[in-house]
Design a protein around this ligand. Structure first.
Ligand SMILES: [Zn+2]
Length: 104
C-alpha cells in the first residue's frame, strides 16, 4: 500500500506596509509564499505548486499575487528606511569665460 498526498507549507518572506484592498487601511501586510509539495508516506518530495500572497494584519484579508510582485515587495526597503542619498553633485566646472587650461 502506497500512501501519498500533498502538504502545503507557508513561509513569510517579508512584512511590508500596504493599503489594504479590503479594509482600505494602511497596515502591515505579510508577504507569503505557499508551497504545495507532493508527499509519499508523509515525506515531502518535490513542490507541485508555488503561490504567493500578501495578507493584511489588520483584517486578515488574503490576496494572491504574482511571483514577480511578491519578490518586488520582499526586496523593497522596509517602511521608515532613510531616504536615498541626494543627487550627486555636478563635477567642478570652469567659470564662464575662464579657459579650463588657464593655469597650465
Ligand atoms: Zn485589511
Amino acid at each position: 500500500m502506497i500512501i501519498f498526498g500533498t502538504r502545503r507549507t507557508v513561509a513569510q518572506l517579508a512584512m511590508v506596509v500596504l493599503t489594504c484592498g479590503n479594509c482600505h487601511r494602511s497596515a502591515a501586510h505579510a508577504v507569503l509564499k505557499a508551497v504545495t509539495k507532493f508527499t509519499l508516506f508523509f515525506i515531502p518530495l518535490f513542490p507541485v505548486r508555488t503561490r504567493y500572497a500578501h495578507q493584511c494584519t489588520a483584517c486578515g484579508f488574503l490576496m494572491w499575487i504574482e511571483k514577480a510582485q511578491a519578490e518586488q515587495l520582499a526586496t523593497a526597503p522596509p517602511a521608515g528606511a532613510p531616504p536615498p542619498p541626494p543627487f550627486p553633485q555636478q563635477p567642478w566646472q570652469p567659470a564662464p569665460g575662464q579657459h579650463p587650461n588657464a593655469w597650465n
